[in-house]
Structures are given as C-alpha cells and as structure tokens.
Design a protein around this ligand. Structure first.
Ligand code: 1CP
Length: 355
C-alpha cells in the first residue's frame, strides 16, 4: 500500500484546482549548492554511481525537503541516462560536463540506433523511483522526468554540451531525414521510459527541452515540439486513481507558448524572459504555468529576493494554476539560506492571492 498524499497542493495547482497558497519547488533542488549533497556525492565516487545507487539517489532527493518546506520532490537522476542506455557511453569528467564516447556522427551509427529495453537498461531509475516514494511516505508528490527527444539528440550528436549546437543544426538543414530518425527513436524511448517511471510511482512528469529554444521559427515546431507532442500523447495519464499531469519546459520557448499548450500537456515551464501575467493571458485557460524566478536573483539580498517573489506573484495574479519555480536550474553557488527565504516568501505572500 502506498501512503496517502498529505500535501497535494502542487498536483492541484497543476490541474488548476483551488489551492490555499502557491506551491513551490526548484529545478535542480538537489545538487551542488547543498553541502550535504556534496558529501553524499563524494561517498558515491562519481555522479553516475550516485544516480545508479537507489539508496544514495533516495538520500539526495530528500535532502532539500529536509531543509525547505518544498511542495514537490523530483527524482534524482539525469536526462543523459537515456542515451547511455542506447549504448553511447556516458561519462562525467571531474569539473567538466557530460561526454559521450560514441556520439552519432556517421550515418551507419544513426541507422543502427534503436529503442533500448528500458526495463533492462534503466531499471536502476525505476528502483530509485519506488525507493523515493517509500521514503517520502506521502509527504509531497514525486515528479519523474526525461529530456525531450530533441534535447537528447543535441547531446547524442554533439557528444557533449555545446554553445551553438552546430553539428545538430547542420544535420537538420542538410540531412533532415537522419535527424528525424534519431528523434523518432528518442520519442519512442522517452514514452517507454516515462511510462515505466509512472508504473514505479512517479505522480507527475516533466519534459526538459533545454535546447529547443536554439531552433529557428518553424524548425522548433517540426523538430522539437512535434516529438514532445507524440510523447505527451503516448503517456499513461492516470495512476493510483489520479491524473498524472505533464509539464513541458522549452528554455527560450516564450514565443511558442500557444503551440506548446496545444500539445495536450497540463502545464508549461517558463524561463525568466517571459512575463508571467502576459503568458497567463495567452494560455492560462488551457494550462498551468510553472516558473519563472531568475536563478541569479537568488544571489541577491533577502529584501531583493522577497521583492522579486512579490513581483512574480502579482504578475500572475489571483487564483490557481501557478506553480512557483526558477526559470532554469539553481546555480551551485547559491547560498542555501537564500533558498529558505525564497520558499518562505512564496508561501507567505501567495496566501492573499488564493481565497
Ligand atoms: O557534479 C555533479 O554533482 C553533477 C551535477 C548534476 C546534477 C546535480 C548533473 C550533471 N545532473 C544533475 C541532476 C539533474 N539533472 C536533475 C536532478 C533533479 C533535480 O532537479 O534536483 C535533473 C532534473 C537534471 C536534468 C538535466 N541534466 C538537464 C535538463 C534541465 C536543465 O538544467 O536544463 C540537462 C540539460 C542535463 C544535462 C547535464 N547533466 C549534468 C550537467 C552539468 C548537465 C549540463 C551539461 C551542459 O549542457 O553543459
């Protein structure tokens, strides 16, 4: 038996049902800005062994919840475990970003790419999901996640992070059918992967499209959004007698919110370049909105942080449908005390917007 959910404010806001206050969680809330994370990471040896240990992944998922009254937990893992499961050979070099030993550069390698057996290759992720659910004991809901088919393709083709994604975009313009093949395999894999996370206990899902915003108008719709829509349509949307809502986040996607809302998702993640009130007017009758505090503002004084929280809450205005979050992941240099101030001000200042 799974424990009764004690705090479902996040899930209710995502379904645009009435809530007593605006729920808050933070992208990358478990991570290097927390000394306890750095200690567990050191015990694990490497970032990947941290992801692959159900005990340690559970421990770091719960660390931010022990410090701050957050309204949701997010599975501790990484989007790049999926291409690793496809045989691309992921590693994280100390002090550097991720690297793939076998990036997709040759047509023959691209043609060989196939949907992996996620049950065999990614069982450690599903084990972590069930272990985290048990440890949460109904405290807050657990969010599962994946990279978008396009964002995964960016890392698979470049072999690492990149400033310009020029290999991916060159393929897009010169051999679009090859990129479509990769995206098709990725979409089918992401569907299997997210559905298995739901079967293991994930109560909401988020798709991270970190690099979709680098695409030209029209190309975004064809190469990123169309595949996210396929994923949304392939997902299990109910579990344990409740809807499993899905959030889409395209960083830099502010121009395309109407198109994103039309995919059938339940919520949109917004980066800080978007005006929250204007976004609500555009798509707020269809989807909930999550965001969009500039993570760099967390380096500022307590007064400035509280002022920025007040500004965002006022910009969204009264009523449900807002989940407070950052506009992108938290920086490793953020003082944890400033996160306390942020979370407390959201809870305190948002009450007057909900009757
Ligand atoms: O050294 C360390 O300890 C590793 C740092 C780290 C962490 C804490 C990486 C490497 N990944 C993660 C965890 C992680 N990644 C989570 C955990 C849950 C949480 O939010 O608390 C999530 C959801 C991700 C997702 C992720 N990984 C994204 C999408 C979201 C985003 O930030 O845009 C992306 C693009 C990645 C790739 C990745 N993994 C790690 C790094 C440093 C990167 C970025 C590489 C780059 O492009 O430069």
């Amino acid at each position: 038996m799974t424990a009764q959910l004690k705090n479902d404010v996040f899930l209710r806001a995502l379904m645009r049902e009435p809530v007593p206050y605006t729920p808050v969680w933070l992208m990358r809330q478990a991570g290097r800005y927390l000394p306890e994370y750095r200690a567990t990471r050191a015990r694990a040896g490497s970032f990947l062994s941290l992801c692959k240990s159900r005990e340690l992944a559970t421990e770091v998922t719960l660390q931010p919840l022990e410090r701050f009254p957050l309204d949701a937990a997010i599975l501790f893992s990484d989007i790049l475990t999926v291409p690793d499961a496809m045989g691309l050979g992921l590693s994280f070099a100390e002090g550097e970003g991720p690297r793939f030993a076998h990036p997709l550069r040759e047509e023959s390698a691209i043609r060989k790419l196939a949907v992996p057996d996620v049950g065999a290759e990614l069982q450690y992720v599903f084990d972590a999901v069930s272990s985290i659910r048990k440890a949460l004991d109904g405290r807050v809901p657990l969010i599962g996640f994946s990279g978008s088919p396009f964002t995964l393709a960016c890392y698979m083709i470049e072999g690492s992070g990149s400033d310009s994604y020029s290999n991916v975009k060159t393929m897009l313009y010169s051999r679009p059918e090859l990129l479509h093949h990769i995206l098709d395999v990725n979409a089918r894999t992401v569907i299997d992967y997210l559905n298995a996370q739901v079967a293991a206990g994930a109560q909401a899902l988020m798709i991270f499209d970190t690099w979709g915003g680098s695409l030209a108008a029209g190309k975004y719709q064809e190469f990123s959004l169309a595949y996210m829509q396929r994923v949304v349509q392939g997902l299990t949307r109910e579990a344990e007698g409740r809807r499993v809502p899905v959030i889409l986040f395209t960083k830099g996607g502010g121009l395309w919110l109407e198109d994103m809302a039309a995919t059938g998702c339940d919520g949109l993640g917004l980066d800080w370049t978007v005006d929250l009130g204007a976004a609500r007017q555009r798509v707020g009758s269809q989807v909930a909105l999550q965001g969009n505090f500039d993570p760099v503002a967390l380096m500022a004084s307590p007064n400035a942080i509280e002022g920025e929280v007040a500004r965002l809450l006022a910009s969204y205005g009264s009523g449900t449908g807002h989940i407070f979050n950052l506009g992108h992941g938290i920086s490793q240099f953020t003082p944890p005390d400033n996160v306390s101030i942020l979370v407390e001000s959201v809870h305190k200042l948002s009450k007057s917007y909900h009757s």
